[in-house]
Design a protein around this ligand. Structure first.
Ligand code: ZN
Length: 288
């Protein structure tokens, strides 16, 4: 397993971690100041400062990217289906323009939550079919752009509203069906927050490595109790996830890319940006 205790060569910061403290340009400046070598920005943060400005600032600061957040939310009905596809194509183009190594896909849940205004449905199986169709359609555009897509399975508590892809095995099955040649165009993101509970996690990580699908590794922690389904992720070391155990498995399966700190937390959003980044770095070096 790689040694993270010294230089921060493998650390990336998901910019949502400090989204309430600063705009993207301020976050880029803070990362450079703290010696964090990479980020994964969100589309809304990029849009707020302009794609050109974001790209320039990233290059000038010498930052790498570990991904671009995010595409997806595929289930939709009526005109929302075409709008979803167009929106996802734009996400691919933005990621390619920024030089991101992959576009993270949060697949979407039931149509009325994925794309508000869509017809309400309880057909989760149907939503999963729409997810496959949507990824399949987007894959053609992503291949042309030379931009890999990373399906991120989400914890099943988000199945209704955020992602009906809930395990690594399910994500890998979709990838195998849509990209049977294992071309590198379609893979998975292993976010510890979403997969730590899965009894088949080890097998899933090994399979992802074997099939050449490991595109991203995200870390935070699972707090007990969790007070908010979306915005109470823990700082690494404050919860119950075996972070070194999962990282060892991911690296043994062949992943040698950046390790991305991604914390959506009402608590950490209320702290000063420098305190948050200092804590992220210290924990990255000691408990990840
Ligand atoms: Zn993630």
């Amino acid at each position: 397993m790689r040694d993270f205790s010294g230089a921060l060569r493998q650390m990336s910061l998901n910019t949502a971690t400090v989204r309430r403290q600063s705009d993207l340009l301020g976050i880029i400046e803070a990362c450079a100041r703290h010696g964090i070598p990479a980020i994964s920005p969100w589309r809304d943060q990029v849009a707020a400062v302009g794609l050109g400005n974001a790209g320039r600032a990233i290059r000038q600061a010498g930052l790498k990217l570990s991904g671009y957040c995010r595409g997806g939310m595929f289930p939709a009905s009526g005109e929302h289906l075409a709008a979803a596809h167009d929106d996802n194509r734009r996400a691919v183009d933005e990621a390619a323009a920024l030089g991101a190594p992959c576009l993270i896909l949060v697949a979407g849940g039931l149509p009325q939550f994925s794309r508000p205004g869509s017809h309400a449905s309880k057909d989760l199986g149907g939503a999963r079919t729409m997810i496959e169709d949507g990824i399949g359609r987007l894959l053609e555009h992503a291949r042309t752009a030379g931009l890999p897509l990373a399906i991120e399975p989400l914890h099943p508590m988000y199945a209704a509203d955020r992602a009906a892809v809930n395990t690594l095995a399910q994500a890998l099955d979709i990838a195998a069906k849509l990209d049977p040649g294992q071309t590198g165009a379609l893979g998975v993101a292993v976010d510890v927050y979403h997969v730590w509970w899965d009894p088949d996690l080890q097998a899933g990580i090994e399979r992802a490595g074997r099939e050449g699908r490991l595109l991203a590794h995200h870390v935070c922690d699972w707090l007990v109790p969790t007070k908010d389904l979306l915005n109470d992720r823990g700082m690494m070391g404050d919860g119950v996830i075996d972070l070194p155990g999962i990282r060892a498995a991911v690296e043994a399966a062949g992943y040698d890319g950046l390790c991305e700190v991604e914390i959506f937390s009402n608590h950490w959003w209320s702290e000063p940006i420098d305190a948050v980044l200092t804590t992220c770095i210290e924990r990255f070096q000691t408990v990840v």
